[in-house]
Design a protein around this ligand. Structure first.
Ligand code: PGA
Length: 248
């Protein structure tokens, strides 16, 4: 089964209205790369202006609450971000696991909420450096997938992102062999959970992806795209990653 490559940015807690200029260049590169899906998750406050500015680009949220509404001060629901113009949501990012104590079960509930509101989902998993050094990366990732992937997940709305925590924002990446190996293990785990639908679910790699290493990473057979933090903040850095995906 062929899976279209997805190059997704994650602005994290960065950006401002002035930074939306960058989306123009990103949208132009996306338009020139019809074989690649391009998406950018931005802070909640930028979703509506970003979606209005570049309607052709998939704009998304970096998180959503698992409930549809209610007494959750400071939180934002999937329906709210959908109304603002988001088309997808990231759930289970390791920074939310580390900073907000979120669990794989939370990621599961948030993915289900996003689905209820017509959003597609990028659900994140990945081991810490200590877990990798203890040879536990595979088991950790398998357990995270088992707990966070909703029943009936399929490629029409669900994407997995493998992001080793020690590679995020550090300039370090696993070897291509290690990336492919974990992605193949992740797909095998998905197959146990959702059967043949696993073949249609994209698995992105995330963690220090740049224009320099994207071509190699994206060439791994079970890597279906990239989730990009720092290098998604400017068109100058993000466009080469889109072009690398388009060239495959
Ligand atoms: P990075 O972040 O590309 O800056 O390493 C990736 C991510 O956290 O999604």
């Amino acid at each position: 089964m062929t899976r279209r490559k997805l190059v997704a940015g994650n602005w994290k807690m960065n950006g401002s209205l002035a930074c939306l200029d960058e989306l123009d260049g990103i949208a132009a590169a996306a338009a020139e790369s019809p074989g690649v899906d391009v998406a950018v998750a931005v802070p909640f406050t930028l979703i509506a202006p970003a979606a209005q500015r570049v309607p052709a680009l998939m704009i998304g949220a970096e998180d959503v609450h698992e409930a549809d509404s209610g007494a959750h001060t400071g939180c934002v629901s999937a329906g709210m971000v959908r109304e603002a113009g988001a088309r997808f949501a990231i759930v289970g990012h390791s920074e939310r696991r580390a900073d907000q104590g979120e669990t794989s079960h939370d990621a599961w509930a948030k993915a289900a909420a996003a689905r209820r509101h017509g959003l597609t989902v990028i659900a994140c998993c990945g081991e810490t450096e200590a877990e990798r050094n203890a040879d536990r990366a595979e088991r950790v990732v398998q357990a995270q997938i088992e707990k966070s992937v909703p029943d009936h997940a399929d490629g029409s709305w669900f994407t997995l992102a493998y992001e080793p925590r020690w590679a995020i924002g550090t300039g370090r990446t696993p070897t291509l062999e290690d990336i492919q190996s974990i992605h193949a293990i992740a797909r095998a785990k998905l197959r146990m959970l959702v059967g043949d639908a696993a073949d249609g679910i994209r698995i992105l790699y995330g963690g220090s992806v740049t224009g320099d290493n994207a071509a190699g990473i994206l060439s791994c057979p079970d890597v279906d795209g990239a989730l990009v933090g720092g290098a998604s903040l400017t068109a100058a850095k993000f466009v080469p990653i889109i072009r690398a995906a388009a060239a495959l």
